[in-house]
Design a protein around this ligand. Structure first.
Ligand SMILES: NC(=O)c1ccc[n+]([C@@H]2O[C@H](COP(=O)([O-])OP(=O)(O)OC[C@H]3O[C@@H](n4cnc5c(N)ncnc54)[C@H](OP(=O)(O)O)[C@@H]3O)[C@@H](O)[C@H]2O)c1
Length: 358
């Protein structure tokens, strides 16, 4: 069984994934820049039973990867625009496998571009190993399995979490700065941030408002379907009329590097209140339309978003550590299929009699 390094081990996701891996008796190394926070995280993991995890205090995890050559590196340090590509490069150079939780469009697309280098090195790189991108990607691959490519795909992510780390908002800031993106006729096309308001149907007949945001789910849905027109929407940004008018302005302001860095620094100090209410669950949705008008739709239901994400990331890291993956760069559904989402506790419902899905 290989050694798994957890970068960002003191954060919410890092701790949860480490706990999952510890429960499975994996050899984990908690990596971080703050010795005291790292020791607290290690004590919490050790309290779960099994040998206490090793800790590695460092300001330069990439140099440590080069010398330590771990079997698998799990990167939970967002925003991933700054960490995905350099960390994945370090893994490829060291012959390590790589997993991250990115769901911002740019890092996910860039990571997938490292496929040739990863194949040559024999490394497996997996980006988006969480609710985003797996939840919507799993639905698209189920809807398209064994069929020709649809002409149109829409996905909607509607996660519910019982608390947020500051890095999550920083990732949203980075995504907003990217501006709106959709695929039209197979080409990546700019759209207004916050456009494409959709009332996404849930199986119980209720609707949830979502708007287009440039997530990794957009790229994953394109690759899983081969469709020309792809839109990814989310309930994670405000969908009210005023918010939708303001979003493009906010996005433009955030494109100024100095402003973005200041906002991200301020976010680090915010105390975030838990947004979930008891009984709420996470949903994902996908609809597909083929030439001739045939349409299908599907839903994925998962529990709390962080718990699902932690199981997904831990399962991916475990399979890579066990040598159960081919070399290359992937989103999780492309590598392990929709069953990965089921194994992480999600249920998927398909409806092949959908009428108007636009
Ligand atoms: N794809 C998904 O579905 C999904 C789900 C959940 C989370 N996420 C993403 O995962 C990321 C982490 O989320 P989280 O809730 O765990 O965040 P968090 O609680 O704020 O934790 C962030 C971690 O990153 C470390 N870190 C931050 N800046 C760093 C830097 N400059 N250098 C080194 N380490 C740094 C922090 O270490 P210190 O203790 O030293 O500050 C901490 O360990 C976010 O970007 C979030 O959007 C994605």
């Amino acid at each position: 069984m290989g050694e798994i390094w957890m970068i960002g081990a003191t954060g919410r996701a890092g701790r949860n994934i480490s706990a999952e891996l510890q429960a499975d008796r994996h050899r984990i190394v908690l990596v971080g820049r703050n010795g005291q926070r790292l020791a607290e995280a290690a004590a919490a993991i050790a309290a779960l039973g099994g040998p206490p995890p090793r800790t590695l205090v460092t300001d330069d995890p990439l140099a440590q990867i080069a010398t330590g050559r771990p079997d698998v590196v799990v990167n939970t340090v967002g925003p991933f625009g700054a960490t995905t590509v350099p960390t994945a490069h370090a893994c490829v150079a060291a012959g390590s496998h790589y997993v991250d939780l990115a769901n911002e469009f740019q890092p996910v697309q860039s990571l997938l571009g490292l496929d040739p280098a990863a194949r040559t090195a024999g490394s497996t790189l997996v980006t988006g190993a969480g609710f985003g991108t797996l939840a919507t990607e799993a639905l698209v691959s189920e809807l398209c399995a064994g069929r020709p490519s649809p002409i149109r795909v829409r996905v909607a992510a509607m996660p519910v979490v019982d608390g947020l780390g500051p890095a999550v908002l920083a990732s949203v800031v980075d995504a907003a700065a990217t501006g709106g993106l959709v695929y039209r006729d197979g080409r990546l096309t700019r759209s207004r941030l916050g456009a494409h308001l959709q009332h996404t149907p849930l199986p119980d007949g209720t609707m949830r408002a979502t708007v287009a945001v440039p997530t990794g789910e957009l790229e994953a849905a394109l690759n899983a379907s081969g469709a020309g027109d792809v839109i990814a929407t989310s309930s994670e940004v405000p969908t009210g009329r005023i918010a939708r008018v303001a979003l493009p302005i906010v996005g433009a302001v955030l494109r100024v590097e100095a402003v973005r860095r200041t906002v991200i620094r301020l976010i680090d100090r915010w105390q975030l209140t838990p947004p979930a209410t008891p009984g709420e669950v996470s949903w994902a949705y996908a609809s597909t339309e083929w030439e001739g008008g045939e349409t299908r739709q599907a839903w994925l239901q998962a529990g709390e978003g962080y718990a699902f994400t932690s199981r997904v990331a831990a399962m991916v890291a475990t399979r890579l550590a066990d040598g159960d993956a081919r070399p290359g760069a992937f989103t999780p559904g492309a590598l392990f299929g929709a069953d990965l989402a089921r194994s992480a506790g999600a249920t998927i419902t398909l409806d092949s009699n959908a009428k108007d899905l636009r």
